[in-house]
Write a protein that binds this ligand. Structure first.
Ligand code: ADP
Ligand code: MG
Length: 349
């Protein structure tokens, strides 16, 4: 009997920026990301044992964490098996133009490209709506990063030309047309204290919810029983949820530039109430506004990473230059900027 050649499957998935709704996903709140044109591509070929190749090759005899970047890929196979969807060993080849570790979610892009290819390879009938949680489980339980569900939802569900309004409690979605010009400014700030601070913000939010006697800050009716740090953390989350809904309403009405001030308010809330910014992020926002942006804010978890600025197309160069000059004056590493248009979610190639 002839043995047929192993079939390969290739899929790609995008990174994302979050227009607004930061640190709300793990509080059962609202987020409004869109997918970037930059994507990660993964080719899976059935094999005798697990291997993952990007800038190096990592091999594994069993689906156990290796403590390397390859866990983002192996974790997806693990999460599928855990959920009862059997998938055997594969060789994975990875390539990507999503900047790594810049807060643009190269991790979700890698997970979601792997997941999309793996579902096809194993012939699994998993609906799109159930996929983000599987990719998130890979990152939470296998890699060990306690992220919410925003990044994986954007990478899987996003549609070209649209931002994705996601209710992280019900997982209801709405694709809202978005034609604004968004300049992404990678501050190149080294991520400092990210893991510990992220966990500390999550537990502060849980403590605030429990002091208010509600399951999550989404249900908070008022914050008058809180004070000090817990009040500020909770106030960020509740005001941010309101801002996301206000932005969604403006976009539905075609009032794009009017969302600018809400983006800037979001940044100030992340700076003073949630305290997840660093000088590079704050200076980039101030300089972008001075350069003529309608609004600007950090995007992603904070402590480094990127700022997004909403700009008129003719002002792109001015805004980028304003930030470059401010960084030069402050003695920071030069930032890298690009215009991002909303792109499509994960797909077979
Ligand atoms: P972000 O998701 O914002 O880019 P993370 O710290 O969550 O930042 O994830 C970045 C990590 O994901 C990298 O340090 C690396 O371990 C892994 N990773 C993502 N994409 C790739 C890739 N194409 N090749 C190798 N590792 C990758
Ligand atoms: Mg990530």
């Amino acid at each position: 009997m002839r043995v047929s050649a192993a079939r390969s499957v290739t899929a790609s998935a995008p990174g994302r920026v979050n227009l607004i709704g930061e640190h709300t996903d793990y509080n059962g709140g609202f987020v409004l990301p869109f997918a970037l044109p930059q994507r990660t591509t993964v080719t899976l070929t059935p094999a005798d044992r697990w291997s993952v190749t990007s800038h190096e090759t990592v091999t594994a005899g069993a689906l156990e964490p290796t403590g390397t970047w390859a866990d983002y890929v192996l974790g997806v196979a693990w999460a599928l098996n855990e959920a009862g969807h059997e998938i055997g060993p594969f060789a994975a080849e990875v390539s990507s133009d999503v900047p790594l570790g810049s807060g643009l979610s190269s991790s979700a892009a890698l997970e979601c490209a792997t997941l999309t290819a793996a579902i096809e390879l194993a012939g699994l009938g998993i609906p799109l709506g159930a996929r983000p949680a599987l990719a998130q489980r890979a990152e939470n339980a296998f890699v060990g990063v306690p992220c919410g569900i925003m990044d994986q939802s954007a990478s899987i569900l996003a549609q070209p030309g649209h931002a994705l309004l996601l209710d992280c409690a019900s997982l209801e979605t709405e694709h809202i047309p978005f034609g604004g010009t968004v300049l992404v400014i990678d501050t190149k700030a080294p991520h400092r204290l990210v893991d510990g601070e992220y966990a500390a913000r999550r537990s502060a939010c849980e403590a605030a919810a429990s002091a208010l006697g509600v399951p999550s800050l989404r249900q908070a009716a008022g914050l008058s029983e809180l004070d000090g740090v817990l009040l500020r953390r909770a106030r960020h989350v509740t005001t941010e949820n309101d801002r996301v809904l206000a932005v969604a309403e403006l976009l539905r009405a075609g009032q794009v530039r009017e969302i600018g001030p809400l983006m800037t308010d979001s940044h100030m809330s992340l700076r003073y109430d949630f305290e997840v910014t660093v000088p590079e992020l704050d200076i980039a926002v101030t300089a972008a506004l001075e350069g003529g942006a309608y609004g600007a804010r950090m995007t992603g978890g904070g402590f480094g990473g990127c700022v997004i600025a909403l700009v008129e197309p003719r002002d792109v160069a001015n805004v980028a230059e304003s930030v470059e000059n401010a960084f030069a004056r402050a003695g920071f590493t030069a930032p890298v900027s690009f215009v991002a248009t909303p792109s499509g979610g994960a797909a077979l190639v």
